[in-house]
Design a protein around this ligand. Structure first.
Ligand SMILES: CC(C)(COP(=O)(O)OP(=O)(O)OC[C@H]1O[C@@H](n2cnc3c(N)ncnc32)[C@H](O)[C@@H]1OP(=O)(O)O)[C@@H](O)C(=O)NCCC(=O)NCCS
Length: 376
């Protein structure tokens, strides 16, 4: 019997949310090309599209924004929990803890297509407030709820960074929110679906997804890629570093490779352009030039194996230029992806959900007699 290692090519649901053409490098949300959505839509419009199936009218958008903004207010106990965490805690761990805590209020939770959408909007609002406050906490600032503004991206940035955000920064944040919003069923979304398939509540299901996102093979890749550029130090050092670490020691090149894309990830190209446009400080430019040189070397080495840079390769450089510390990168990914998680959870529950219960093929010792352990 074959074991499906890494669940590769196993289909766990139908979806009308996201489609990926991994050979051609095309990503679509509900049929719209990601390049068009990033160019012409806002995060709120795309979030609505994912949850409701169509882009909103102005009236629908206003109502949706109001529901999300209600979620900007966090219960006091959540703020207390965030405040009690170590200041150096990874922002993603703060996010996971806050969501696990909020599941405590969900004991009467019942899935229903009518209430799922309202819960999803509340979660999208809470997510921005929690992640912004994780950053405030790490900076030693007093926690505060997000203030409604013209956009989710601006409200989030201004609370997280404790300053007014420039229009260019808001646009980068808004686009990053769209780019990371959904990607079919990677490990984190699958974890959310496994949890919700047991009829667990939405907050618990999101906490499960965050746990699966944390590792460097998934959400943690942006941080690992950025750290790798910083460690190399400058474009001139790329070749020597690459030969020693990637060719000789056979380490993985972080920000490269993807289970589905066998060519350039379309999101990577958009992040690269955004990073190039927004980088101002010399230190950030040096990192960008190092990344570009490494990209060339990596494609030369791995292109024949169809291993190309993915979305996490340049995203950290854009986030850093906006003003976020490295330990926020995975939480920023999680913030965007939260909308994808709730959209998938909702879609799963509106189909004919079954509990996810795979099998493991036993390979241990055969039947044997028990000799009780004697305790002296
Ligand atoms: C994303 C990732 C986990 C996909 O893993 P996967 O689908 O199981 O792919 P595999 O690990 O089987 O890789 C297939 C081949 O490409 C190679 N490869 C894949 N990613 C590589 C990388 N980042 N650096 C060097 N080689 C890589 C593997 O060594 C393997 O080579 P082989 O056939 O000679 O053994 C993997 O590419 C990776 O670890 N990338 C780095 C982390 C990262 O950027 N993650 C973010 C994903 S969005």
């Amino acid at each position: 019997m074959d074991i499906s290692s890494g669940l590769e090519d196993v289909y766990i649901k139908h979806t009308g949310l996201t489609s990926i053409d991994g050979e051609k490098g095309i990503l679509r949300y509900r049929g719209y090309n990601i390049n068009d959505l990033v160019e012409h839509s806002t995060f709120e419009e795309v979030a609505y599209l994912m949850l409701y199936g169509e882009l909103p009218t102005s009236e629908q958008l206003r109502t949706f924004k109001n529901s999300v903004e209600k979620g900007y207010l966090l219960p006091d106990y959540v703020k207390q929990i965030i405040s009690s965490m170590p200041r150096e805690a990874e922002a993603l761990s703060v996010y996971m803890t806050a969501f696990a805590a909020m599941s405590a209020s969900e004991s009467n939770f019942k899935w229903s297509p009518q209430t799922d959408k309202a819960k999803a909007a509340e979660i999208i609002g809470h997510a921005a407030s929690v992640v912004a406050n994780a950053n405030r906490h790490s900076m030693g600032l007093q926690l505060r709820d997000l203030a409604p503004s013209d956009s989710y991206a601006r409200s989030f940035l201004e609370a997280a960074l404790d300053r007014k955000a420039e229009q260019g920064e808001v646009r980068v944040m808004d686009r990053a929110l769209i780019l990371y919003l959904d990607h079919e069923v990677p490990a984190s979304t699958t974890a959310a679906l496994v949890a919700c398939s047991t009829l667990s509540d939405m907050y618990s299901s999101i906490a499960a997804a965050i746990a699966a996102l944390k590792g460097p093979l998934h959400g943690g890749a942006a941080e690992s890629a950025y750290t790798q550029f910083a460690r190399i130090g400058s474009p001139e050092k790329v070749d020597a570093w690459f030969n020693e670490n990637i060719v000789e020691k056979k380490q993985k090149l972080m920000g490269f490779g993807h289970r589905v894309y066998k060519t350039y990830d379309p999101r990577m190209k958009i992040f690269k352009k955004m990073a190039t446009d927004i980088v101002k400080r010399d230190e950030d430019r040096n990192i960008l030039l190092t990344a570009e040189k490494l990209e060339e070397r990596g494609v030369e080495q791995f292109g024949a194996k169809h291993v190309y840079p993915n979305t996490d390769y340049y995203s950290g450089i854009a986030y850093r230029a906006v003003g976020f510390p490295v330990n926020m990168f995975t939480a920023l990914f999680a913030l965007s992806r939260t909308t994808g998680w709730v959209a998938h959870i909702s879609e799963y529950n509106e189909s004919e959900p079954r509990i996810m219960r795979p099998r493991a093929l036993y390979k241990g010792p055969g039947p044997r007699d028990l000799a009780p352990v004697s305790h002296h």
